[in-house]
Design a protein around this ligand. Structure first.
Ligand SMILES: Cc1cc2nc3c(=O)[nH]c(=O)nc-3n(C[C@H](O)[C@H](O)[C@H](O)COP(=O)(O)OP(=O)(O)OC[C@H]3O[C@@H](n4cnc5c(N)ncnc54)[C@H](O)[C@@H]3O)c2cc1C
Ligand code: SF4
Length: 331
């Protein structure tokens, strides 16, 4: 067993000082990722700085222009909020489809964004020393290993780990912003918050260990109001996505022509994956099954498989199409 320190922060500056002032100190929110990673030896913090009592960070605010979710709001509280469920289905559905009831009751929005990959080589340092994400320059055990769950988009020769979360897929589709306290207050688009692995897969976000996520903001749009999250997985609950899609639709007054459409994919890429080419192919077109399926065929353009995960290249366009046809009322 490794010893580590524990402190409970009372204010945001306290929390940041406690993490910034000690090498390898880390924030602790719900602990559902952090404690897991400590048990398997991936995270070895010197001190855990408990942020769960920081005041004012657990709000769920719904205004005319946007939704603001405090970083300490629990996944289950946001998923169960009737305003979120009724008015912005994709936000509620993407949280509901993640993890399990017990985990969602503990896990926070900020922690959810910062969760790490489920690549089993990453999570077993004792058996698999080669992992560039965990230990830069050590290699990648997944390239020639069991890679059924790994990514087909956004990969690099250094890392093919899939981004595992659900909620961030919705955030990327709907142009959300992640508000971070790092000296000053800084806002990142959700798209910019998740970095491609390139040759630095250990750097996953554009923030440092002492930077604290304060909130997530999602602008209200007609597409957000008519939205849906579809998650396809090996079993119906308590499982990560094989492929998922967060979609939203706004139609012209004629009811048949697409004015705005949003599509992002999960489970198939190294980051939550916005399918902008598919969106462009659908805007201004009549929404029918043939058009949707033809556009969604582009979802995996440029995809590279590593053998066992080739099924994702066939699956992802179908998931995207099914989600869009559902929200469009066609299936
Ligand atoms: C068995 C299992 C199944 C799961 N299935 C799914 C799933 O299907 N879909 C899905 O989306 N997720 C899934 N998850 C992941 C789960 O959603 C995350 O573990 C959870 O959201 C993390 O939140 P937390 O508050 O517990 O974070 P913690 O574990 O406390 O922290 C996680 C990381 O975030 C950092 N952190 C926390 N809060 C902040 C903040 N405000 N600012 C900066 N850094 C912060 C911590 O330092 C740590 O590095 C699963 C987890 C488990 C264990
Ligand atoms: S895919 Fe990435 S996380 Fe998995 S072993 Fe390779 S480098 Fe590590």
């Amino acid at each position: 067993m490794r010893n580590f320190g524990y402190v409970r922060a009372a204010t945001v500056p306290d929390a940041q000082e406690s993490v910034g002032g000690q090498p390898d100190a880390r924030f602790l929110a719900g602990g559902t990722t952090m404690v897991d990673l400590m048990k398997c030896g991936v995270e070895t913090p010197s001190t855990l700085v408990d942020i769960t009592r920081l005041p004012g960070l657990d709000g769920i605010e719904v205004g005319p222009d946007g939704v603001r979710l405090g970083s300490l709001a629990r996944m289950s509280d946001v998923a169960n909020d009737p305003r979120i469920g009724r008015e912005f289905p994709v936000l509620s559905e993407s949280l509901w489809r993640g993890a399990s009831e017990q985990l969602r009751n503990m896990a926070t929005i900020g922690g959810n964004l910062m969760q790490r990959t489920r690549c089993s080589y990453f999570r077993e340092p004792a058996s698999f020393p080669a992992c560039n994400k965990r230990d830069p320059g050590s290699g990648c055990s997944a390239l020639e290993g069991i890679n059924r769950g790994h990514a087909v988009l956004g990969t690099s020769p250094s890392c093919i780990a899939t981004y595992p979360g659900d909620f961030a897929v919705a955030l990327v589709a709907f142009d959300a912003t992640v508000v971070v306290q790092n000296g000053g207050r800084r806002a990142f688009t959700a798209d910019d918050f998740f970095l491609l692995p390139g040759d630095t897969p250990h750097i996953e976000h554009p923030i440092g260990p002492a930077d604290l996520i304060l909130a997530v903001e999602v602008p209200v749009s007609a597409a957000l109001r008519r939205s849906h999250y579809l998650k396809v997985r090996d079993r119906e609950s308590y499982e990560f996505a094989a492929a998922s899609a967060a979609v939203g639709l706004e139609m012209e007054d004629d009811g048949t022509t697409v004015r705005d459409v949003r599509i992002a994919l999960g489970g198939i890429a190294t980051t939550p994956w916005r399918a902008r080419a598919v969106e462009a192919a659908l805007i201004g077109r009549t929404l029918d099954e043939a058009t949707v399926r033809a556009a969604c065929a582009q979802v995996t353009e440029g995809a590279v498989d590593h053998g066992m995960n080739s099924f994702k290249i066939a699956l992802a366009p179908r998931v995207a199409a099914r989600a869009l046809l559902t929200v469009g009322g066609i299936v």
